[in-house]
Write a protein that binds this ligand. Structure first.
Ligand code: 5GP
Ligand code: ZN
Length: 116
């Protein structure tokens, strides 16, 4: 999609700090890291969110998950990490190109959510 910032990163129109790339996925450091390790993993194909995903997207999602440990360890989170995918308004998604956050570092990332 021409007006999508993550598609522009895939196409090289916007620079990124690349961590991993293959024919299907790209991983790069988050511009505003929330933890010492904060990588975004995206499908190269524009998929808006899990709200619009189809069964045909399953292989690329599987690859994103299967590569997560290697990516996390390569950035210094070798003793565990957290993956997060925000979806839509309720999920707090800001960039409408599906992305998996990998957050971690040397120390535990802390509680997942505060209770209401
Ligand atoms: P969301 O809230 O949509 O799950 O997360 C969007 C993430 O993208 C945020 O953590 C934000 O810091 C990151 N981000 C937004 N624009 C850019 C950019 O141009 N480059 C990089 N590397 N990260 C970005
Ligand atoms: Zn896109």
């Amino acid at each position: 999609m021409s007006d999508c910032i993550f598609c522009k990163i895939v196409n090289g129109g916007i620079p990124c700090s690349k961590v991993y790339e293959d024919e299907d996925i790209l991983a790069f450091n988050d511009i505003a890291p929330a933890r010492p390790v904060h990588v975004l993993v995206i499908p190269k194909k524009h998929i808006s969110s899990l709200m619009t995903a189809t069964p045909e997207d399953a292989p690329v999602f599987g690859k994103m998950l299967a590569k997560a440990n290697e990516i996390a360890a390569s950035q210094g989170s070798s003793d565990g990490f957290r993956v997060i995918i925000n979806n839509g308004r309720v999920g707090g998604q800001e960039v409408p190109h599906l992305h998996m956050h990998i957050v971690g570092g040397p120390d535990p990332v802390g509680p997942m959510l505060k209770k209401l």
